[in-house]
Design a protein around this ligand. Structure first.
Ligand code: 13P
Length: 288
């Protein structure tokens, strides 16, 4: 099935009280592992691409061409959206041209009026071309591919103003952080999430920094209106751990164990296992 935008799958998720996972991709193995797992579990999925990962894969055009061709050649029938993660203003236009089906404009570091103006322009451009769009209010803490945020909680009134532009999904800081959570992390601010949900109603809310959030907090966040959860670091850690084990066990030195198709396979399987665990936790299994 051709790639879709994320609007419909997220509306269904919000109404059905589950969340769709956004899993970030870095290369062919990542993409294949996520697509195959979504298909096996009959789950909708969003493939996230940061600007850094896009550059690594030689540009958004390469990414879009690879994802479209792979979706087709693997015979994927579940809904798949190709989404820019934490896009700059310029990055959003590049992904629109490259054939992405969804974009995120992260204007959270701008003064609010500027975030509003740029978000408003991009909402109409994206919608005219049939793409879905995510905007952000209140930054996500930590660092992801050079995007650094202080992690302040979003202002529910500002969330409403941005939601009223007609965005398809809204990322709002609620104490979440990209990467591993520090030992002294205070947890998600459910008070803030509750207030945002009260102001934004049916708007699917996005929880960034999905890595390392305890299962009970994930479930509570979904019950308070989160319909999309982003996971990146956790797949990287699973891949790294499995690859390390393979090499430490000396398997790369046995027979043709150096063949990249063998060397990268344990990491590939580990990504699949992580994606499966998250889809089960988010409740998106069987919802395609
Ligand atoms: P993690 O790397 O913490 O899972 O965060 C992913 C994310 O929010 C992508 O935007």
């Amino acid at each position: 099935m051709a790639l879709v935008n994320a609007a419909e799958m997220l509306k269904k998720a919000k109404a059905g009280h589950y969340a769709v996972g956004q899993f970030n991709i870095n290369n062919l193995e990542w993409t294949k592992a996520i697509l195959l797992t979504a298909q096996e579990l009959n789950s909708p999925v969003i493939l996230g691409v940061s600007e850094g990962a896009g550059k690594y894969m030689t540009g958004f055009k390469t990414v879009a061409a690879m994802v479209k061709a792979m979706d087709e050649s693997l015979g994927i029938t579940v809904p798949v959206a190709l989404h820019l993660d934490h896009g700059t203003y310029e990055g959003c236009y590049k992904c629109i041209q490259a054939g992405f089906t969804s974009i995120m404009f992260d204007g959270s570091h701008y003064p609010f009026e500027e975030n509003l103006a740029k978000s408003s322009e991009l909402v109409s451009v994206a919608h005219n071309l049939g793409l879905s769009i995510e905007c952000e209010v209140g930054s996500i803490g930590g660092e992801e591919d050079g995007v650094v945020g202080m992690g302040e909680c979003a202002d529910p009134d500002e969330c409403k103003t941005i939601a009223d532009l007609g965005v398809d999904m809204l990322a709002a800081g609620i104490g979440n952080i990209h990467g591993k959570y520090p030992a002294n992390w205070k947890g998600l601010s459910f008070e803030t999430l509750d207030a945002i949900q009260a102001k934004t109603g049916e708007m699917p809310l996005v929880l960034h920094g999905g890595t390392g959030i305890p299962a009970d907090m994930i479930k509570k966040a979904i019950s308070l209106g989160v319909s999309k959860i982003n996971v990146n670091t956790e797949c990287q850690l699973s891949f790294q751990e499995a690859t390390r084990k393979y090499i430490e066990a000396g398997k790369d030195l046995e027979g043709k164990g150096f063949d990249p198709r063998k060397l990268l396979n344990p990491g590939f399987e580990a990504i699949k296992a992580t994606v499966k665990e998250k889809m089960e936790l988010f409740g998106s299994v069987g919802k395609a």
